[in-house]
Design a protein around this ligand. Structure first.
Ligand code: ADE
Length: 247
């Protein structure tokens, strides 16, 4: 998958892209990221990319010309791929949305800054608008990295275990079960016996019930869309009856 990122601050991307799984994904050819400084496409000699808002009020607005010139030079006019604006006004990023965006082999990501981008960029260049949550950051750089990360780990082959992404929290419509590793006892706290039993069916059922319990406690609204078996429904009914606690 290829991302072309348009930003005023390409330097913030390097450290994250140069570590861990994203680094390996690039080395192994699964991921390719082009970082483009919008300032390089500014028309004036001072490379100005923002200006005062028409109508007054505070803050600065990113000018349209450098953004159009940058995106069109790199991904074509009209663009050959979707152009995604990172903005708190966009559609909220969910695991389902990440899965549907990961179907595209190539995305252009536009990281806004200041008060935002000139509306004509949204109207005539941008094809998708994505928010990573209902809070406002100083710019779209972290959201663009979040999107790159969420999509890259869905590319087949990127995660060591080919089924790892399928079992994630949210991928199944539920929060994930708890995890334990060695030692079996730490400060007197034991790893649940079932996980050490070697009994695969019991372990699978325990994990499923833990996932159901956690989702019911923490994010009950997710249960409405989850794919539940009659056994799951019975377990949830028993939780509701017990009014059960610690998840
Ligand atoms: N830019 C600033 N805040 C943002 C958010 N929550 N999501 C996406 N882009 C943003």
């Amino acid at each position: 998958m290829r991302f072309d990122v348009f930003t005023l601050f390409p330097e913030v991307f390097y450290p994250y892209l140069d570590a861990s799984i994203l680094k390996r994904a690039q080395e192994e050819g699964y991921l390719d990221v082009g970082l483009h400084n919008i300032r390089d496409w500014a028309l004036d000699k001072h490379h100005v990319t923002d200006d005062l808002p028409y109508g007054g009020g505070g803050g600065m607005v990113m000018k349209p010309e450098p953004i159009f010139r940058a995106v069109e030079e790199v991904v074509g006019r009209p663009p050959r791929c979707p152009v995604v604006l990172m903005t708190p006004q966009g559609e909220r990023l969910t695991q389902d949305k990440a899965a549907s965006l990961s179907e595209y082999p190539h995305l252009a990501l536009l990281a806004g800054h200041y008060e935002g981008v000139d509306e004509r960029v949204r109207q005539h260049l941008v094809t998708h608008e994505i928010s990573i949550g209902d809070y406002v950051l100083t710019g779209g750089e972290l959201p663009a990295l979040v999107l790159i990360d969420a999509l890259t780990r869905l590319i087949a082959g990127v995660l060591g275990d080919p089924r790892a992404a399928e079992k994630d929290s949210h991928a199944m419509g539920l929060l994930e079960h708890p995890h334990y590793t060695r030692p079996a006892e730490f400060r007197g706290w034991q790893v649940p016996e079932v996980l050490r039993s070697g009994h695969h069916a019991r372990i699978a059922r325990w994990r499923r019930e833990q996932a159901l319990r956690r989702t019911w406690k923490r994010r009950p609204e997710l249960l409405q869309d989850a794919d539940l078996s009659p056994e799951d429904e019975a377990f949830l009914a028993s939780l509701r009856e017990e009014g059960d606690g610690d998840a």
